[in-house]
Design a protein around this ligand. Structure first.
Ligand code: HEM
Length: 479
């Protein structure tokens, strides 16, 4: 039997075509808009790229190199075209700081994120602005106190323990799906408080479809399409959480859903039922993909840098820590350095969005109202101006925090900045480090010879394959 070659080109072929097409049709450099007469502002410079598509295909080829080239050519503020839009890029700590601090209240998260994930994560806290955001954040903060984190960790530990004990080491252990599976099980029990089984399986499927909806290439409600499936899944998630809510309100569970259902500020602010549901759906997304990227890329880099892996294992085996206590992982400085280095290299929330709601400026560049702004967190932490050898995994950069902070307050900013700074950053650190600590004590691993993980883009750069690792149990000799 003969097999015909597939008619649909592969992603790699598309990327190659995209690169040459954009090279063949260079578009002229021009200002995004003329600064007001008499102002000392400079224009934002850039170019649209290929008709309609703009630089879309080029950014698919290599978003990091694209951003670094723009930085070298135009500096920290530039614009580029993509699929009918013009997007202003804020690159590097100075530009991002100005947008994050938002002194003039000129940058809206609601409008910035709406075209990216709006229909699927509407009214999630990251998509709220100004006073409303402040009020919601004050309530949500009650769910992230130290004692609450302790409670989440108590729920988390047995699941991590039993999952890692169930992993069967082998030559090609598919790490990425295994990590995602573990994190989804954790989310079902620690976030939502449901037992593993058919209920949590359906929750997981709907959650995955909702996230995929936001990443759909065809961004329209075509029946049977990824977008439409995402919207239907979102509806089922809303129903699911609304049905469970009365029980969570009556109970005193330690899961995040129960905690949000009871959260109240000192002056009596509480969430409406609809907003508890909106926040839960958003929170699952904010926590899941980001933690999966951090855990997977850390495992990958340690599989390539086995000297670092051994050092971390020695630390894990030699330092007695009580993993049931929040803050225990602070006793493991090498693990902390490696975690930070991964967040720097593979920023799990790699691009953030805002929209200018009035004429404003970034670093002295005129940004007109309605400009869509992308903060390139990922590329910013790979700029050689701030990080020597930025593409090399070297956790020792974080040995002395004073050195790092001297470079720039926002040079290391994987959790963002300003009022929307990640509320779950300690939760994320606790989760990823506790899992990795358990792995280091049980397993040794390498990546297959010559293997380089192919990356695609979700919330940030993430594995485009199963991330196979060669895994074996820790040998007594190495303990
Ligand atoms: C390594 C993991 C994580 C990274 C790198 C990360 C990164 C970020 C970043 C950069 C933002 C700012 C978004 C913006 O300014 O537009 C953010 C916001 C947020 N993150 Fe995380 N995140 C992580 C894990 C988590 C986890 C585990 C949770 C929940 C348990 C969480 C919940 C949130 C929430 C609720 C917001 C919105 C905060 C607000 O708008 O006030 N994140 N995250």
């Amino acid at each position: 039997m003969t097999v015909s070659p597939p008619l649909i080109p592969s992603k790699r072929q598309l990327r190659a075509v995209g690169a040459s097409v954009t090279e063949l049709f260079p578009s002229a450099e021009e200002p995004l808009a003329k600064p007001p007469v008499g102002s000392s502002l400079k224009p934002v410079m850039g170019n649209y790229g290929f008709p309609f598509l703009g630089h879309l295909l080029t950014t698919l080829v290599d978003p990091l190199e694209f951003a670094r080239e723009r930085y070298a050519r135009y500096g920290p503020v530039s614009w580029a075209g993509g699929a009918g839009f013009k997007v202003v890029a804020a690159l590097g700590p100075d530009a991002m700081e100005e947008v994050w601090l938002n002194k003039d209240k000129a940058f809206s998260s609601t409008r910035g994120w709406a075209p990216v994930i709006g229909p699927f994560f509407r009214r999630g806290i990251m998509l709220l602005d100004f006073e409303e955001h402040r009020d919601h954040r004050r309530i949500m903060q009650q769910a992230f106190t130290r004692s609450r984190l302790d409670g989440y960790l108590q729920l988390m530990n047995p699941i991590i323990d039993s999952t890692l004990s169930g992993w069967r080491p082998r030559q090609r252990f598919p790490f990425y799906p295994s990590a995602k599976h573990l994190l989804l099980d954790l989310a079902a029990q620690v976030f939502v408080g449901v037992e593993l089984g058919p209920e949590s399986d359906q929750l997981t499927r709907d959650f995955i479809d909702t996230v995929r909806g936001g990443q759909a290439a065809i961004r329209a409600n075509v029946p049977g399409g990824v977008w439409a499936r995402g919207l239907q899944a979102r509806k089922r998630l809303e129903r699911f959480f609304l049905d469970l809510l009365p029980a969570r309100k009556r109970g005193d569970g330690a899961d995040l859903f129960s905690v949000l259902a009871h959260s109240e500020t000192d002056d009596g602010l509480r969430f409406s039922d609809a907003d508890i549901v909106n926040h839960m759906i958003f929170m699952l997304m904010a926590a899941h993909d980001t933690s999966a990227i951090a855990l997977s890329m850390l495992t990958y880099e340690l599989g390539r840098n086995t000297l670092w892996q051994s050092r971390l294992r020695q630390e894990a085996l030699n330092t007695p820590v009580d993993v049931s206590m929040y803050g225990a992982m602070d006793e493991l400085p090498l693990l902390d350095q490696a975690f930070k280095e991964i967040l720097r290299m593979y920023a799990p929330a790699g691009a953030l969005f805002r929209q200018a709601i009035k004429d404003t400026e970034i670093l002295g560049h005129f940004v007109p109202r309605k400009s869509q702004i992308a903060l390139s967190v990922h590329a910013s932490m790979r700029l050689p101006d701030y990080w020597p050898n930025p593409d090399t995994f070297d956790p020792s950069r974080f040995e002395n925090p004073a050195n790092r902070d001297a470079v720039h307050r926002y040079a290391f900013s994987p959790f963002g900045g300003g009022v929307h700074k990640c509320i779950g950053q300690y939760f994320a650190g606790m989760t990823v480090k506790t899992i990795l600590h358990g792995m280091l004590r049980r397993f040794e691993w390498t990546v297959p010879d010559g293997y380089r993980v192919p990356l695609t883009w979700g919330t940030g750069p993430m594995p485009d394959d199963d991330l196979p690792i060669r895994m074996r149990r820790v040998q007594p000799a190495s303990t």
